[in-house]
Design a protein. Structure first.
Length: 257
C-alpha cells in the first residue's frame, strides 16, 4: 500500500495518462464495475486494462472490493481532493472546479468507498471521529453527540446553523478499529426524503500511520449527492487537522455529512 502523504507523484502519474483518466470517467459514470465490464468498454486487452487499474489502485484513485467471485472497482476521489487542497486551489479556480466536478458527480451511489492515510495513532483518530468538539473542526462546524454505546442514538448539529442536521444509531462499536452507524440527514426536505443510509468507519494501523476507510452504503439508486459528496473534503480536513493541527479552509464548503 502507498500512503497519501508520499504518493502525490503516483497520483499525478496516474492522471497523466488518457486511458487511466477515461477509466476514472467510466467509474464516475458507473461505480463498482468488474474488470470484465470495464474491458468491454475499451479497445484494449484485458491485461492492458488490468495494468492501468493497478496503477490507479496504487495511487489510491481506485478501491477494490470482492463480491463473490468478482473484483469490483470503485472511484476514490479523496486523493483528488488532496491535490485540490494542497495545490490547485492556490492557483487556478477553473482547475479546482474541474477536479471538484470529478469528485462530486458520482452517479451510482449504492455504495461509496473513501480511503485515506493519516499519520496518527488509532486511538487519536478514534477520538477525532467521536469527539464532538474535534468533529466540528473538520466537518464544516457540525458537532456530533452520543453516549457511544452499541444501539445508542447520535445527533448531528451545528451551533451556528441551529437545529438538528442528522440523526442515527450506533450499530457497531469496536474502538479504536471500527464504527458502524445508520444515518438520516435532516438539513433539508430533499435529503430527508432519502431515508436512512449506513456509514462504516474502519481504522487499520500501518506503521506510524492509519489507513482509514469510510464506506457509505445502503443508499438508494440515484440518491441525492449531498448525502455523500462531502466525504473527500471531510477526510481531507481530518487529515490536515490531525497532522498539522490546522483547520482546512476551502472555498465552497457545503453542509454535507
Amino acid at each position: 500500500m502507498v500512503t497519501y502523504s508520499g504518493s502525490m507523484d503516483a497520483v499525478f502519474k496516474a492522471l497523466a495518462d488518457a486511458t487511466r483518466r477515461e477509466l476514472l470517467d467510466e467509474l464516475f459514470r458507473e461505480d463498482g464495475q468488474s474488470l470484465s465490464a470495464l474491458e468491454g468498454r475499451f479497445e484494449m486487452t484485458r491485461f492492458g486494462i488490468a495494468k492501468h487499474l493497478k496503477l490507479l489502485e496504487d495511487a489510491g484513485l481506485v478501491v477494490t472490493r470482492r463480491r463473490g467471485r468478482e473484483k469490483l472497482h470503485f472511484l476514490n476521489p479523496v486523493p483528488i481532493r488532496l491535490v485540490h487542497d494542497r495545490w490547485v486551489s492556490k492557483y487556478a479556480e477553473p482547475w479546482a472546479a474541474a477536479l471538484s466536478d470529478l469528485k462530486t458527480r458520482l452517479e451510482s451511489p449504492m455504495e461509496k468507498i473513501f480511503e485515506i492515510y493519516i499519520k496518527t495513532t488509532p486511538e487519536r483518530l478514534w477520538e477525532a471521529i467521536t469527539d464532538s468538539e474535534i468533529r466540528g473542526k473538520y466537518q464544516f462546524g457540525n458537532t456530533i453527540n452520543s453516549d457511544w454505546s452499541a444501539g445508542g442514538r447520535f445527533e448531528m448539529g451545528n451551533p451556528k446553523a441551529g437545529g438538528l442536521l442528522g440523526e442515527g444509531e450506533n450499530v457497531e462499536l469496536d474502538p479504536p478499529r471500527k464504527l458502524v452507524q445508520t444515518m438520516r440527514a435532516l438539513w433539508g426536505e430533499d435529503v430527508k426524503a432519502e431515508g436512512t443510509s449506513r456509514i462504516t468507519w474502519e481504522i487499520e494501523p500501518v506503521g506510524d500511520s492509519c489507513h482509514l476507510t469510510v464506506t457509505h452504503d445502503q443508499l438508494r439508486e440515484g440518491a441525492n449527492e449531498e448525502l455523500y459528496g462531502g466525504w473527500p473534503m471531510i477526510l481531507s480536513g481530518l487529515k490536515t487537522w490531525l497532522e498539522t493541527g490546522e483547520l482546512l479552509t476551502t472555498p465552497g464548503s457545503l453542509m454535507y455529512t
